[in-house]
Design a protein around this ligand. Structure first.
Ligand code: TRP
Ligand code: ZN
Length: 458
C-alpha cells in the first residue's frame, strides 16, 4: 500500500515557535550515499546502528511478512529521511520513536516523515511493517541479486544491491550495523542467517530461528537463506562452525564443516585474528546462480565449494567484510585480496605456488582487453566482478610483496586488517598505509598497477 502525503512542506512551515523549536527545524536527509556506481544506494542524515528483523516466509506462496526495527542516530536535524526498499513490497506502517510517521514509496526509496523533527546526534528508532512477494533484482552485469528463489526456498545474496529486495535500511556499505533476525518458516525448512544461532523453536508446524550478528555488517553481506538444509552447529578447532547444507547440492559435502578451521587458522596467522564470533557456510542447490558470496560469518555457495572458492570466501571475512571499501569502485580491495588469498592457500596446500599463479595471470598478452582496466576503478557497476578486479588486484599485491619483502608485506596486510577492523577504507588509505609501514615511496608501483591502463612491466 502506498500512501501519498503532500504535508511535508506545510508541516515544515508550521513548526511551533516553542523553546524546543529553537533547535533547527531540520532538513530532509539525502536520498543516496553519494556512490557514483549506485547513486540511490544508502541515504544521508542518519547512521543505522542496529536492525532487528522479524520475518515470516512461506516458500510455497512466496509470501514474506516483515517487521524491521531499526535503531539509528541522526547526523543532522532531520525533517524526513529515506530508507531503501523496493516499492514492489508494500509498507503497511511506519513509526518513529513509537509515533506513527507518514511515508511514500517510489522506486527503491521509502521516504519517511516523522511526526516530529529528529534532532541532530540523537538516537531514534524506526519500525517498518511490510509484506509482499519478494523477488531478486538484475544487476548491471546481468546477474541475479537479492531474494533469489530456489526449488525449495531462497538463495539470499545481496552484493551489490539485493538488500532492497527484502528489508528496509540504509543500504550502502559505509553504514554498518549489528543485526538480530527472528525468522519463521514451515518446519520442513531451515532459515539460516549471519552470526550466532541463538534459538530454534517449533510450534504448530512452523519453526522460528533466531540469529544474532553482533559485529557490524554492511547490508550487502546480510543473508537470510531458506531451504531444506541440514543444519550443524559445532565447536571445531576453536571456532563455532555453523553449516547449512542442501542434500541436493552438487558436489560432495562430506567434511564441509571440518574444512573451515584449517583455512581460518592459516589466514589468522597471516592477517590477524578471525574477526567474528562464528563461521561456517551455506551450501544450496542453486544451479541458476552463477556465483558464491562472502555473506558475513557464513558464505553462501550455489554448490559445494572447492578449496579455492572456500578460501576465497573465508579470506573475504577479513578483506571486504571486516575492512570494507568506501565506494564500489574500490572493489579490488575485496576481490584482489580474496584472490591473492586463494593463491596463498593453494601454495600452502602444495597445489600451485603463488609465483606460478602470478605468472599465469601475468602471461596474458599486452594487447589483451584485460590490461585496459585499471585495478582501482573498473569503470562502472557492470564491471564490478570482471577478471581485472580479481586477477590484476591479486597481481598488484604480489608485486607489492616483491617490492617490500615478505615480512613487511604481511605486516601491511595485518595493519590493514587491524587499523580498519569493522570499518571502511579506500584505495588511497591502502596506498598510504603501505608506504607508512614499508617506509618506501611506492607511487610508481601503485600508479602502474592500480591507476593506469596497460600492462605494467616487471
Ligand atoms: N563477491 C563475490 C565473490 O567474489 C562475487 C559476486 C557477487 C559476483 N555478486 C556477483 C560475481 C555477481 C558475479 C556476479 O566472492
Ligand atoms: Zn570475492
Amino acid at each position: 500500500m502506498k500512501r501519498l502525503l503532500a504535508l511535508t512542506a506545510a508541516a515544515f512551515l508550521t513548526l511551533p515557535l516553542t523553546p524546543a523549536a529553537a533547535s533547527p527545524a531540520g532538513t530532509p536527509g539525502a536520498p543516496g550515499a553519494g556512490d557514483p556506481y549506485f547513486p540511490d544506494q544508502g541515504n544521508g542524515g542518519y547512521d543505522a546502528l542496529h536492525y532487528d528483523l522479524t520475518l515470516d516466509y512461506d516458500p510455497s506462496s512466496g509470501r514474506l511478512s516483515g517487521r524491521a526495527a531499526i535503531s539509528a542516530r541522526a547526523t543532522q536535524a532531520l525533517s524526513r529521511f529515506n530508507l531503501d526498499l523496493v516499492d514492489t513490497l508494500s509498507v503497511r506502517s511506519v513509526t518513529v520513536d513509537g509515533r506513527p510517521a507518514t511515508y511514500t514509496q517510489s522506486g527503491s526509496e521509502l521516504v519517511v516523515t516523522p511526526a516530529r523533527t529528529l534532532r541532530d546526534r540523537r538516537g531514534f528508532s524506526v519500525v517498518v511493517r511490510y509484506d509482499g512477494n519478494p523477488s531478486h533484482v538484475i544487476d548491471p552485469d546481468g546477474s541475479k541479486d537479492g531474494w533469489i528463489k530456489t526449488n525449495d526456498g531462497v538463495f539470499n545474496a545481496n552484493e551489490p544491491q539485493g538488500a532492497i529486495t527484502w528489508y528496509p535500511g540504509n543500504h550502502h556499505m559505509t553504514d554498518k550495523a549489528t543485526y538480530r533476525y527472528t525468522v519463521t518458516v514451515p518446519s520442513s525448512r531451515v532459515a539460516v542467517a549471519n552470526g550466532d544461532l541463538v534459538r530454534q523453536a517449533t510450534k504448530g508446524g512452523r519453526t522460528t530461528y533466531v540469529w544474532n550478528s553482533r559485529e557490524p555488517m554492511a547490508s550487502y553481506l546480510a543473508t537470510v537463506s531458506i531451504g531444506t538444509f541440514g543444519l550443524t552447529d559445532r565447536r571445531i578447532g576453536g571456532y563455532r562452525v555453523t553449516t547449512a547444507v542442501d542434500p541436493q547440492a552438487t558436489g560432495d559435502a562430506t567434511g564441509f564443516a571440518e574444512r573451515h578451521p584449517p583455512a581460518l587458522d592459516f589466514f589468522s596467522e597471516l592477517f590477524g585474528r578471525y574477526p567474528y564470533s562464528s563461521t561456517g557456510g551455506i551450501v544450496d542447490h542453486a544451479p541458476e546462480v552463477g556465483y558464491a558470496l562472502e555473506t558475513q560469518t557464513r558464505p553462501i555457495y550455489p554448490r559445494v565449494p572447492g578449496e579455492s572458492l572456500l578460501a576465497h570466501e573465508l579470506a573475504h571475512q577479513w578483506f571486504g567484510n571486516s575492512v570494507t571499501p568506501t565506494l564500489w569502485r574500490d572493489i579490488w580491495l575485496n576481490e584482489g585480496f580474496a584472490t591473492y588469498s586463494e593463491w596463498l592457500w593453494s601454495d600452502k596446500l602444495g597445489t600451485q605456488t603463488v609465483q606460478a599463479a602470478f605468472d599465469e595471470a601475468y602471461a596474458r598478452p599486452a594487447e589483451d582487453e584485460f590490461w585496459q582496466t585499471p585495478t582501482a576503478d573498473p569503470g562502472g557497476p557492470e564491471n564490478l566482478f570482471h577478471a581485472p578486479v580479481y586477477d590484476r588486484g591479486a597481481m598488484t599485491l604480489h608485486v607489492l610483496r616483491r617490492a617490500v619483502g615478505d615480512d613487511t608485506f604481511f605486516a601491511i596486510l595485518r595493519a590493514w586488517a587491524g587499523r580498519y577492523r569493522y570499518g571502511n577504507a579506500d584505495t588511497a588509505a591502502f596506498v598510504a598505509l603501505s608506504e607508512r609501514v614499508s617506509g618506501k615511496d611506492l607511487g610508481g608501483l601503485f600508479d602502474a598497477w592500480l591507476f593506469k591502463p596497460g600492462k605494467p612491466s616487471l
